[in-house]
Design a protein around this ligand. Structure first.
Ligand code: CAA
Length: 399
């Protein structure tokens, strides 16, 4: 009798984004820019804009909610919160999420930081834990609000979302291989000092470092496993803006011979992997995993048992190239309809509403109660700050 080898990886994947967005046409009209610079040049269409009652905690709780409803929460040993737009220097945002979701007190909670990379670090540590403890699970939630200063080149690449993933043994969606390629280097391409509300970004340089780190992590992975591009059905990369992943594929193709038809196939698969990112924008730690959801949910081809290569990049920088295999019945465990309807039900902002939301965001750090009572009710609400304590509520009729 042959026993099936135990696999470890992602059992469920769900995303949650803001209730509002702005089409990049609005930004283009305001700044006198040809909108095709955004639509074609960056391959972005819309950006998710948080209101004053949303933050990384409410986004994260909403992303976890669908998964929590379906699984045995008593088996969740850890809630790992990945973010680079954290709300507190000391307390993990995950602690609030833990309470909002009603997770057991026996669950360990902590926050991970290394720019857009940290969810991948959390995922790798989680898979190792589950290999040792195969009956247990770990919830990872990557949640970020990508805000840049207004009237800068980076402004068009803003966005916000959270992705929740449940890590388990024998996962339904994706088995993750233990070998991966890493790369770290102390560079100043993107950072946010404690006293600043928006990051400092050296945009062009950050794109160069992203591509160099992709090359280095691929080489490191090859050194360990001898993989070739032709071993893979497709690739998902970190998506700071959607055009970047096509630049990433070009860099990968420069590293070994790849036929023109294979290049075309991988590029058109990448179109499926950016569907959600194009309408949400950057969401830092969550963006690679949003792209993975996009590929799984929008690719009409059956991906069962197909092998994927995933590249995670966090400015500063740390990067990792890892590999995974899609589960046999993955389609039965996706939230495709829920994700589509959450995107369809968003409200569009015009430029002046956007500036009010953008500028109001900083005020939320200290506001005593939510001022914007006209906003539609949501499952999880940030209600402002009292005595420097952040207040959150759950709307039981919506969860
Ligand atoms: N029609 C079609 N295309 C047009 C166009 C038009 N009218 N006008 C310009 N374009 C094209 C340009 O040719 C260019 O395409 P290529 O890159 O393929 O040449 C593209 O539109 C963008 O134009 P610019 O390079 O002139 O854009 P920019 O300099 O104003 O801004 C940016 C681009 C530097 C990426 C800026 O958006 C930025 O700073 N973004 C934030 C930083 C970032 O996302 N970095 C990515 C790597 S770091 C990372 O990954 C971590 C993270 O999440 C932040």
């Amino acid at each position: 009798m042959t026993t099936k080898k135990q696999t470890v990886g992602i059992d469920r994947l769900s995303f949650n984004t803001t209730a509002h967005y702005m089409d990049l046409q609005e930004l283009a009209t305001q700044s006198g820019t040809d909108v095709n610079k955004y639509y074609q040049g960056l391959r972005q269409r819309k950006m998710a804009i948080p209101s004053m009652i949303e933050d990384v905690v409410t986004l994260a709780a909403g992303a976890c909610q669908r998964i929590v409803k379906e699984v045995d929460v008593e088996k969740i040993d850890m809630l790992l919160f990945a973010t680079e737009s954290g709300i507190d220097q000391s307390k993990s945002a995950g602690i609030y999420v833990h309470r909002l979701l009603g997770l057991p007190n026996t669950c360990r909670v902590l926050e991970f930081k290394q720019a857009c990379y940290s969810a991948t670090g959390a995922l790798q540590l989680a898979t190792n834990y589950v290999r040792q403890n195969p009956g247990r699970t770990i919830m990872i939630v990557a949640s970020d609000i990508a805000r840049y200063k207004r009237n800068t080149a980076a402004e068009a690449t803003q966005g916000a979302a959270a992705v929740a993933m449940l890590v388990s043994a024998n996962p339904k969606l994706l088995s993750i291989d233990s070998a991966s390629g890493f790369y770290s280097n102390d560079v100043m391409d993107f950072w946010r000092p404690n006293h600043m509300h928006e990051p400092i970004v050296d945009g062009k340089y950050s794109c160069e470092v992203y591509l160099d780190a992709l090359e280095e992590t691929w080489k490191s992975l090859k050194d360990k496993t001898n993989v070739k591009i032709s071993d893979f059905y497709g690739f998902c990369f970190h998506v700071p803006f959607s055009k970047m992943i096509f630049k990433g594929l070009e860099r990968l193709f420069s590293l070994e011979p790849v036929t023109w038809s294979e290049r075309a196939r991988l590029n058109s698969l990448a179109d499926k992997a950016i569907e959600y990112n194009q309408d949400i924008g950057n969401c830092y730690t969550a963006s690679l995993y949003l792209s993975l959801i996009s590929l799984l949910e929008n690719n009409p081809e059956n991906m069962a048992a197909k092998r994927l290569g995933l590249y995670s990049y966090g400015s500063g920088c740390t990067a990792e190239f890892f590999t995974a295999t899609v589960g046999d019945n993955y389609r039965n465990y996706l939230y495709t309809d829920e994700h589509a309807s959450s995107l369809a039900s968003r409200t569009a902002l015009n430029y002046s509403q956007y500036t009010a939301f953008h500028d109001g965001f900083v005020k939320t750090q200290t506001m005593s109660s939510s001022e914007n009572v006209a906003l539609p009710p949501s499952s999880y609400t940030f209600n402002g700050v009292s005595d420097d304590k952040r207040l959150y509520s759950v709307n039981d009729s919506l969860v």
